[in-house]
Design a protein around this ligand. Sequence first.
Ligand code: PLP
Length: 257
Amino acid sequence: MVIGGLDPSGGAGLQADIESAMAAGCHAVTVLTAATVQDSSSVHDFALMEPEWVLAQANAIMADFDVAAIKTGMMGSSANIEALANWYKAQHSNASPDTPLVVDPVLASNQGDELAADDLAPAYRAHLLPLATVATPNTIELMRLAPETETESEEDAANALLALGCKNVLVTGGHEQTTDVENKLYDKTGIISRLSWPRLDHEYHGSGCTLASAVAAQMALGETIKQAVTIAQGYTQQSLSKSDHLGAGQWIPNRKV
Ligand code: PLP
């Protein structure tokens, strides 16, 4: 189950989630949190669904399907985050106690356009991150999510998220200036996976969504977190390296690979 916004460019959001899940051999069921007005260059506007609408969609699907993993992307408001977290807790204690939850903490687009009606960091900290099997922040999101006193280093910030109850944190390095992109998976014992990928030439629309959904799909198929994260990174790198310049702005990942 992928929960997020619709990006008309087809680069990010639910379309990225559907394509990424499908490429892994899964069927995506979708819960819309927001319609966005955007192209491959920037986000112009968005309209949020009310929490009642988000939960009504999730409930309809949950009553009908065996959902094997849940992934959240753009939530758009603190109210949506809180409502979804309470809903997940209720599911968790009843029907599906082991359903993995992948939280991609979407605060802004890759170009820095905000994708939220209010400051989401406190709501992520209070409600959704404590429930996450894995959170997938990039280094910028990580620093915005960690409490201010604990952002001395990436490791401190990752540990701060783990201390909230989040079981794993996959920190992605796509926004750093390094030659290679280094992604690190933390759990309570430290870094349990560290993979480097050659930095590709372009800017991409929806790379984070592609990766987080690929992780969720692999977990739905029963892979361990470490394996899921490894397979998902290989798939994402492949889809970025085969991406197309379909609009005038960022390149669109080719998730058919
Ligand atoms: N979800 C939606 C609906 C979006 O529009 C965006 C970015 O534009 C994202 C998520 C995050 O995209 P990315 O994977 O590029 O971080």
